[in-house]
Design a protein around this ligand. Sequence first.
Ligand code: AMP
Length: 218
Amino acid sequence: MRRVVILLGPPGAGKGTQATRLSAALSLPHVATGDLFREHLAKGTDLGQRAKQYMDAGQLVPDDLVLEMLFERVAKPDARGGYLLNGFPRTLAQAEALEKRLDKGTRVSVLNLRVPDSELLDRITGRRTCTQCGRVFHVKHAKPKSADKCDACGSALAQRTDDSEAVFGKRLAVYRAQTQPLEGFYAKRGLLQNVDGNRSPDDVFKDLKRSASGGEAA
Ligand code: AMP
């Protein structure tokens, strides 16, 4: 049976870090629409160029562009048995489009990471991302071994343009207005599971894994 795990949560909730671990633990490919847009941008594709203006402003990329890119990705052979979604859906229209596309028997889990706003700002503005492999560090909580260099590939680390304090405020407002209503959408379907994201990454991971496995011991 195909299974789809959706990771919800505001910017800075730890979705990227946790999705990487969860994808390995559940043997599901990690599909992050933000990463896909950044890959398009790095390759200089037309889609990347069109998405850039929205991303830099902390706004959502229009649904039609997101859906086209997402559906193309999940049609690949590695996603046949299912996938882990990070950063998608972000609007009700996206959630409805996904629901329509999934086969009836698909097992869907929605894991909602909850973190207080005050904590999110610190996590986002301290975040540094590898310019080559995308690995994420934090200036205080997850320092790279050598300053400004990626532990995994040695490339330069940089702050994402949209991780500045000014753009973060916009992203959080967009999240509250457009993405948070998805909690109600999935709760109504009995699929929403809230997870306290304001704990150590290991504790959060254990809880996510347990929730994704339907409550069985992780
Ligand atoms: P993220 O890496 O998930 O924080 O995404 C970075 C940016 O990419 C977002 O602020 C949006 O501009 C854009 N983006 C990523 N996923 C979506 C989505 N599902 N819908 C609309 N825009 C998205």
